[in-house]
Write a protein that binds this ligand. Structure first.
Ligand SMILES: Cc1cc2nc3c(=O)[nH]c(=O)nc-3n(C[C@H](O)[C@H](O)[C@H](O)COP(=O)(O)OP(=O)(O)OC[C@H]3O[C@@H](n4cnc5c(N)ncnc54)[C@H](O)[C@@H]3O)c2cc1C
Length: 368
């Protein structure tokens, strides 16, 4: 069988994962990334056990200078601390620039071709040709869309994409009282806020699906800083970014184009966790490309991710219902041991799924 020419758009976790896995399969792809090494991507950088398993499968070294290990977890609701515990699960926080650079370096050191500062400006699906802003054209047998939430490749296959969630985030120096992983409810509706500690700073952010206007979300951000960033001087200006947090099904593969990561909408619909999904879908796409029918093989291999996301969407409808949300968070407060178990196994480890959590909630409601 002739070795297919694979072109990847986007050098984030999804693009690097597929690149690294393709190299392991004997295929040398070309990866086009629009930014240089000094990109400053907005992201909480929390990597759960799910993501760590993917990194191990890709043989990425968990270098302590990049992977900051923390186990302190706190939940808040409307300013009140409802849970504070040391997790038994190992998880990491990274600064995205360093993390993405590491993945790109792993990809190139294993023989991958990477072209930085190469924004793709057009995709000709009929001619199977991609052109970058500097005028270079590349033909392909398979095009991998790893260009994120609002990228050209997902727009080529999904002309009417579902509305993404909007996030605001700021990074501040480490200061007293802000450490570990803090998940904060009650600041935004249909979303949540976070303070995540990495090796040299704290990322404070929030994201929501129905956020009204940008100004409404900014007011929520100011409230977040008042409650959880009291020791921070001034009101640092947040930056905004999108997460494909919405539910509607997308076309994830067609006409020699395969979407991975955010471009495919693979993000946890409640937590917004996307790094592990990006790594996993990238890895699976590389395996599908060497199958007899790559497009079909890919759709089949990621169907479990789509099912997980669909269950999460049902859970989200319940969780963001104000009455149910109040009840659930109250249950969290009353039963810290059970909540820590759910957090460790659902959020941080992935060993229980949203389906299981739905069952637990039904049981809890039935007992009342
Ligand atoms: C504020 C915020 C906080 C988050 N926090 C977390 C978290 O704590 N944990 C977690 O797991 N997830 C988090 N996420 C989600 C996570 O960042 C994404 O799911 C993840 O980055 C997806 O990886 P990706 O490779 O699919 O896309 P991206 O990381 O977006 O990478 C896409 C790449 O494509 C490049 N690109 C785009 N267009 C072009 C083009 N035309 N030509 C060439 N290159 C192009 C971009 O420069 C980029 O490098 C967060 C997201 C946001 C916005």
């Amino acid at each position: 069988m002739a070795i297919p020419k694979v072109l990847i758009i986007g050098g984030g976790p999804a693009g690097c994962a597929i690149g690294i896995e393709l190299l392991a399969q004997g295929i040398t792809p070309i990866l086009l990334e629009k930014k240089g090494k000094d990109k400053n991507k907005l992201c909480g950088g929390l990597i759960t056990n799910r993501g760590i398993r993917q990194l191990e499968l890709l043989k990425i070294p968990l270098n302590p200078s990049i992977f900051f290990n923390t186990s302190q977890v706190r939940f808040y609701n409307c300013g009140e601390k409802i849970l504070d515990y040391q997790s038994s699960k190992g998880f990491f926080c990274v600064r995205r620039q360093a993390f993405d650079n590491l993945l790109q370096e792993e990809y190139t050191s294993r023989g991958g071709i990477l072209s930085l500062n190469s924004p793709v400006i057009s995709i000709d699906q009929r001619k199977q040709l991609v052109t970058t802003s500097n005028g270079t054209s590349y033909d392909y047998d398979f095009l991998i869309g790893a260009d994120g939430v609002n990228g050209l490749s997902s727009r080529a296959t999904n002309p009417n994409p579902p509305k993404p969630a909007l996030c605001l985030e700021v990074f501040v120096p480490k200061s007293n009282g802000l450490d570990g992983i803090n998940v904060i409810f009650g600041v935004v509706q249909k979303g949540f806020s976070w303070c995540f500690e990495n090796d040299n700073s704290i990322g404070i952010g929030l994201g929501a699906i129905d956020y009204g206007s940008y100004q409404d979300l900014k007011q929520s951000y100011e409230l977040l800083l008042q409650t959880h960033g009291k020791s921070i001087e001034g009101t640092p200006k947040p930056r905004a970014a999108l997460v494909p947090y919405s539910g509607r099904n997308r076309t994830i593969a067609q006409n020699k184009i395969i979407l991975v990561g955010d471009a495919a909408g693979f993000v946890d619909p409640i937590l917004g966790e996307g790094i592990s999904y990006a790594l996993e879908s990238g890895r699976l796409a590389a395996r599908a490309i060497v199958a007899p029918k790559p497009i079909e093989a890919y759709k089949k291999s990621v169907s479990f991710l789509s099912r997980r996301i669909q269950a999460g969407l049902r859970m989200r409808k319940l969780f963001f219902n104000p009455t149910i949300n109040k009840f659930v968070l109250n249950e969290f407060r009353k039963h810290p041991g059970r909540t820590a178990h759910i957090c460790d196994n659902l959020v941080l480890d992935g060993s229980i799924g949203y389906e299981d959590l739905l069952g637990m909630i039904k049981l809890a409601i039935g007992r009342r």
